[in-house]
Design a protein around this ligand. Structure first.
Ligand code: MN
Length: 228
């Protein structure tokens, strides 16, 4: 193999509960408007239309516990989401087989430069600048399926400075996790190392420097973030 001309980019990894092993990140897929009450608050129609996706960069995932307020925005929103970590993948995966590709789950935040996203929406341009930026995907430790089983219901919640801002139940997802995996695999070759952020319940809102965010999903370890 030829020598690399520059230093290889650093692989982004996420801690795993109960082990010193870590999870290497390949891609981050995010589904939009997957809870009806959030779809309504964003001005959409919660009827079951085809799911839509965007991506964050793998190195936007961040387990540091801090979220530096990003540049070029005055309106950064929190979106608490269940993230599914895949151990394997493929194409044209069936819903029946989808769960067999799941490595585990983590609590995450789809941090969003809402002002930039709204501008791009109005211009009918891609959302990337609002969604895919430095450390825009804070994520907690991954719990293995062997420890927590397959998760399809239970409380998902976000507190800001101790006050509940977002709350919902995972069973309110319009597109269920196996459906999301099957659908994604029609369009992409998904692989182990891929993360899927499965959408946010209602109650999204702004954060400011100094805010303490605590995101939780059922028995998964809480994700605690300080906005700096
Ligand atoms: Mn989201």
């Amino acid at each position: 193999m030829k020598n690399l001309a520059i230093l290889a980019p650093r692989l982004t990894t996420i801690p795993i509960v109960g082990t010193s092993d870590s999870f290497p990140v390949r891609r981050i897929y995010c589904i939009g408007r997957n809870y009806a009450d959030h779809t309504i608050e964003m001005g959409g129609n919660p009827d079951r239309e085809s799911p839509f996706f965007f991506q964050k960069n793998s190195n936007n995932a961040d387990s540091s516990g801090e979220f530096p307020y990003p540049t070029e925005t005055n309106d950064v929103h929190h979106e608490v989401e269940l993230t599914i970590a895949l151990k394997s993948g493929g194409k044209n995966i069936t819903e029946e087989n989808a769960n067999s590709h799941i490595f585990g789950y983590a609590v995450s935040l789809d941090m969003t430069r809402r002002d930039l996203q709204s501008e791009m929406k109005a211009l009918r341009r891609p959302w990337e600048i609002g969604k895919s930026f430095e450390r825009s995907a804070p994520i907690g430790e991954i719990s293995r399926v062997e420890e927590v089983g397959y998760i399809d219901s239970g409380l998902i919640e976000l507190k800001v400075n101790g006050n509940v801002k977002q709350t919902g139940d995972l069973n309110q997802m319009i597109w269920k996790v196996p459906e999301i995996i099957a659908y994604l695999s029609r369009f992409y070759d998904i692989e182990g190392g891929d993360l899927i952020m499965s959408g946010t319940p209602a109650g999204v809102g702004p954060v400011v420097k100094g805010d303490q965010l605590v995101a939780s999903v059922k028995e998964l370890p809480d994700l605690k973030i300080l906005v700096i």
